[in-house]
Each structure stands twice: as C-alpha cells, then as structure tokens.
Design a protein around this ligand. Structure first.
Ligand code: G4P
Length: 274
C-alpha cells in the first residue's frame, strides 16, 4: 500500500532509490520518507529537505535521529495510516514496504519497531540479507528488504557522497579519493568545520596540500616523514561519519540532477579519462 523509505539525512537525495521511486510513482503508491541520522545533519538544511519532500504529491516526511528514535518509531504506524486512509483495521491492515540503502539505519529502526532484536546492527554495508515480514502491534505489516544500492549511480557527486556516508562497500572506491572529495565539499559548504576539527589556521588552495596538513596534524605520517594517505583518509571519513566534524549536510535540492531518460545510454564515469 505504501513505501517507507529511509534516507540518510545528510544526503537525502543521493541516498534515495530512483528505481523504487519510479515504480512507486507508476503504481501511484504514497510514501513516507524518513530522513534518518538527522542528529548528524545540518538542522537548517534538514528543514529545507523536509519541506521539499512534503511538497511532493502523496509524500509525507519526518526527521529521525539517535535520541528520538523510539518516539519517532512509535509515530510511524499512525503516519502510515494517514497516507492510506482506505486501509483500516484487521480486515485491511496497512501493508508497507520498508527500504533503505546499506548503513542508513534500517536495522536499528526495525529493531525499535518490532520491539525485539531482529537483525544484526552493524556498520557494514549489506548486513540485512533477506526479506522479512513483520507484524506491528496495530496490525500493520512491514515487508523488510535487503539494504541495496541500485546498479548505477548516475551522478558522480552522489557516488562520492554515498561513499562518504559509508553506504558503499570499502572495496568499491578509493578512500583517499573520497577523502579529497570530502575536503573539497567541506571547504565549499562548511569552511569552518575542517579548521576547527584539525586546528588549522587557514585554507590553502590545493586539496592535496590541505590533505597533507590534516594528515600531519593527526599523526598520519610514515617513517621518513611521508604522509600515510590511507590512514589520513580513514581518519577524515570516520570524523565525518561519526559527527566529529559537526552537523553536516552534503547536498541541497539545488544539487539535484536529472537521471538520463530511460533507454538512453548513461554517461560512463570513466569516459572522460580515456
Ligand atoms: P542498515 O541496517 O541500514 O545497514 O543500518 P544499521 O541499522 O546497521 O545502522 C548503521 C549505523 O548507523 C549503526 O552504527 C547505527 O547505530 C547508526 N545509526 C542508525 N540510526 C542512526 C541515527 O539516527 N543517528 C546516528 N548518529 N546513527 C545512527 P554502528 O557504528 O555500526 O553501530 P553502533 O555501535 O553505533 O550501534
């Protein structure tokens, strides 16, 4: 009857599944979008995203964070019922498909909803492996789905943001490359965050030099004084994921790019470099 989609509140658009969205619209099903990890997101931009989602037909949206998880989970059945008022009671219980990419916090929420431990919570993409059917106390039926990404992320920046958030397996990207992207993004959007976190005096123009400064400040240096790039990259990404860099949102609705029209070949990320 409806789709509950958990997105990462720090990248609400990049972490939303475009394929399910197309199917949902084609089948005219409403959606409840949960902007999770909002305790790590920029509160001002969370408001902007909330309004953006709510402005869409048949869509409701809520923010959810670490502290309010229990209370927000308790509100979900009522919010879902409101979206599908024709389904009521035991005869026609609400049936919802719940989905979300890896590491977005789906298992954590499901555990709150089901009030017992039903899945391993882990910071490893792809932990939820099989579909589960869970009946909630009000009779609502939730169909859980494995945390999966879609086959091709069409926007290169979205790919980087997903990697920053830890939703892509570490074997699929170069951490140093993603850490550089993180520095570029933060420099543009949250200029004070890197300076405060790493005690830097100011920005230097090139990202490589900035990366090296951070590596030195955090002791990511090999014998002989060379930068330990891997260690520095891991430090930066961990700092972003844990919130040590502050409350950060990586994109706004202005960053949305349209996917290629069905049937048209998609741009290959490697194309430009050949
Ligand atoms: P998944 O099923 O979607 O893959 O995600 P899962 O619930 O396993 O959550 C992934 C990580 O995100 C976990 O951290 C979890 O605690 C954390 N998380 C979930 N919801 C929120 C939230 O609203 N705010 C914040 N800040 N974190 C959230 P972890 O480091 O793997 O484990 P843990 O030791 O922190 O529990």
């Amino acid at each position: 009857d409806l789709v509950i989609e958990i997105v990462d509140g720090r990248l609400p658009w990049s972490s939303s599944n475009p394929i399910i969205e197309r199917l949902r619209l084609a089948r005219q099903r409403p959606a409840l979008k949960i902007l999770n990890k909002s305790d790590l997101a920029d509160p001002k931009l969370s408001r902007v995203w909330l309004d953006w989602f709510k402005a869409q037909d048949g869509v409701d949206a809520i923010l959810m964070g670490e502290e309010d998880k229990k209370a927000s989970a308790a509100r979900l059945p009522a919010l879902c019922s409101k979206l599908v008022p024709h389904r009521t009671g035991e005869v026609k219980p609400v049936r919802a498909l719940i989905l979300g990419i890896p590491n977005v916090g789906k298992s954590t929420l499901m555990n709150h909803l089901a009030r017992r431990k039903i899945a391993n919570v882990a910071d490893t993409p792809g932990v939820t492996k099989s579909q589960q059917r869970i009946e909630l106390q009000n009779g609502m039926i939730l169909y859980d789905t494995p945390g999966l990404l879609w086959p091709k992320v069409h926007d290169e920046n979205s790919g980087y943001r997903l990697a920053m958030a830890g939703s892509i397996g570490t074997n699929a990207y170069d951490q140093v490359d993603v850490a550089w992207f993180a520095i570029e993004t933060l420099r543009e959007r949250y200029p004070q965050a890197l300076l405060d976190r790493y005690g830097l005096k100011g920005y230097v123009d090139d990202v490589e030099a900035m990366f090296a400064m951070i590596a030195k400040r955090r002791g990511a240096v090999l014998s002989g004084g060379r930068i330990d790039e891997q260690k520095a990259a891991e430090l930066i990404l961990t700092d972003f994921r844990s919130g040590a860099l502050g409350r950060i949102t990586l994109e706004t609705p202005d960053d949305i790019t349209e996917p290629p029209v069905d049937g048209e070949p998609e741009a290959d990320v490697a194309e430009g470099g050949q």
